[in-house]
Design a protein. Structure first.
Length: 243
């Protein structure tokens, strides 16, 4: 479009024919009272205003530019104009089948500090985005070290290992292996309640099972942000902040 002193608007009919309009703004009106208006100011740094109003005059959407190539969208009020949608039931929450097995040797187990199975399932559901069957196996240091060496070529016991087997008909199948003595020692070293640290590792492992990773800085930042948000909803402080 050639340089002009003001924006140029075109009306386009159903066959694609264009007709220039002598206007500084466009307003579309519907028979039911809805109005949509568009106003493009002259200066490159001016506001681009897109305003929609419901029949009662309530603003629905207002969009203004923060700079010449950045738009901010502000939603003031959302009106549902499709009656059928209001009657639709919300989607069913994802289901979780989670058998939990305690294989920690007696000399490494601490029943008073070890979270209950119901807690583990609650933490896992908080990070669940799809139907899943996930087994949890609590192990001691020897088994944790053996599994970490066999599957990751790292000769030490780590806090949590994840194993994804398949995804059949949208149902995720996998396992979480959590080394209880390692988790308890880490919680002590970091000055955290065992339950908080355990919850973090369950959430971390569940996100791994669902495809998230932290191989680079961008992936790590996304995964950490999700963990912090999920844990906050559980009432657990940010695990990445220094105590």
């Amino acid at each position: 479009m050639a340089q002009t002193e003001s924006p140029v608007f075109f009306a386009i009919d159903a066959s694609g024919r264009r007709r220039e309009l002598k206007a500084e703004a466009i307003e579309v009106q519907w028979p039911d009272g809805r109005v949509l208006s568009l106003n493009l100011l002259l200066r490159a740094w001016g506001d681009v205003e897109l305003m929609a109003e419901a029949p009662d005059g309530t603003p629905v959407i207002q969009m203004q530019s923060a700079s010449c190539n950045l738009l901010n969208l502000r939603l003031a009020t959302i009106h549902d104009t499709v009656e059928d949608e209001a009657d639709e039931a919300p989607p069913a929450p994802a289901t979780l089948d989670m058998p939990i097995e305690n294989c920690v040797p007696k000399d490494e187990d601490d029943k008073t500090a070890r979270p209950k199975k119901s807690q583990i399932r609650t933490w896992a559901r908080s990070a669940l985005g799809q139907d899943a069957v996930v087994g949890v196996r609590l192990v001691g240091e020897e088994e944790g070290r053996t599994l970490n060496r066999e599957y990751r070529d790292k000769d030490y016991a780590t806090n949590v290992l994840t194993f994804v087997y398949d995804e059949t008909d949208g149902v995720l199948n996998g396992d979480l292996v959590i080394c209880l003595p390692v988790v308890m020692q880490e919680a002590k070293d970091q000055g955290k309640p065992v339950a908080d640290h355990f919850a973090h590792l369950v959430v971390h492992g569940m996100l791994h099972l669902q495809g998230l990773d932290h191989e680079d800085d961008e992936e790590a930042a996304l995964m950490e942000a999700l963990e912090v948000d999920i844990l906050a909803r559980l009432g657990i402080p940010n695990p990445y902040e220094d105590n």
